[in-house]
Design a protein around this ligand. Structure first.
Ligand SMILES: [Zn+2]
Length: 290
């Protein structure tokens, strides 16, 4: 009953609540989560819900992505933290925020998992000692039609009538749309969205008519992108040779940052989980500038 009330109150406050928590924190020494003492969700329930929502089992991904629960905690979640990358730095930030569930896009296992020494040991020690679960979602969170990186970028840029675009591991993870937007206007919208001017390769027409979006580091398959009929491509980062190739293909390319384009999914999913399970959430910003 009490948690139902908390949940209802949280839903009433909506997205503003998370901001309110942050504002209150400014004048205080430590993090304060005003409803956290009351709200508590089962880790198992959140994991089962996320696995189903993101279709983890049906999704092909690199084995290193290890989509799903990567580190367990003692079984309950009272505070959700979201970050793009799982690392010692973001684990420390999550611990400082007193979170017990860390949601990430890039998980813990992209590089060698052993030995457990040095900073890796420090991270494992913190995870276990501070009861911090880690849940990771890579390609499923790029592709999700409502909460995914690409869906959120498209929505924020005002794109409608989205079509599947750009297959990775035999499934589409991006979206494309028909438009009529000046290249400069698109650059300005992207800058407003990610907070920094994108790198623009003006290889195509000044008016963008078919725009494709794939978050992260997807700039190395421009031929495939052009074959899908887009004249303008938005992604996070790409290799140097892609500049000349984009010119050759007559393609406009916007590199808006690998990190910056992959903040959207974890934020959207964390906010969704917070509303669904009645626990507060916070984004941990640890930008790489890449
Ligand atoms: Zn990525």
């Amino acid at each position: 009953m009490f948690s139902l009330l908390t949940c209802a109150l949280y839903k009433l406050l909506g997205a503003k609540f998370n901001r309110a928590v942050k504002i209150f924190r400014l004048g205080l020494a430590g993090p304060v989560w005003f409803d956290a003492a009351m709200a508590k969700a089962s880790l198992h329930s959140i994991v089962r819900y996320c696995d189903r929502l993101l279709r983890n089992r049906q999704f092909n991904d690199w084995p290193e992505s290890v989509n799903g629960l990567q580190v367990e905690n003692r079984g309950h979640v009272t505070r959700i933290a979201a970050a793009v990358d799982a690392s010692l730095a973001t684990v420390r930030m999550a611990v400082a925020a007193e979170a017990d569930f860390l949601l990430v896009h890039h998980g813990l296992f992209w590089d060698a998992r052993h030995p457990w020494t040095g900073r890796r040991y420090q991270m494992l020690h913190l995870l276990v000692a501070r009861n911090l679960a880690v849940y990771s979602s890579h390609l499923p969170l790029d592709a999700h039609p409502r909460l995914g990186n690409n869906a959120r970028i498209c929505a924020a840029l005002g794109f409608k009538r989205l079509e599947p675009f750009y297959c990775e591991k035999e499934q589409p993870i991006g979206f494309k749309t028909s438009a009529r937007m000046a290249r400069d206007e698109l650059a300005a919208r992207l800058e407003a969205l990610v907070g920094a001017a994108p790198v623009v390769v003006p290889g195509g027409a000044e008016v963008c008519r078919k725009i494709g979006v794939v978050s992260g580091g997807a700039g190395d398959h421009l031929r495939r992108v052009a074959d899908e009929g887009v004249d303008t491509y938005i992604t996070g980062e790409g290799p140097h040779y892609s500049y000349a190739l984009a010119e050759e293909l007559g393609l406009n390319v916007f590199y808006a940052g690998h990190y910056a384009t992959e903040t959207f999914g974890v934020k959207a999913l964390a906010e969704h989980l917070a509303l669904k399970f009645g626990v507060p959430w916070q984004f941990l910003d640890h930008p790489t500038g890449l």
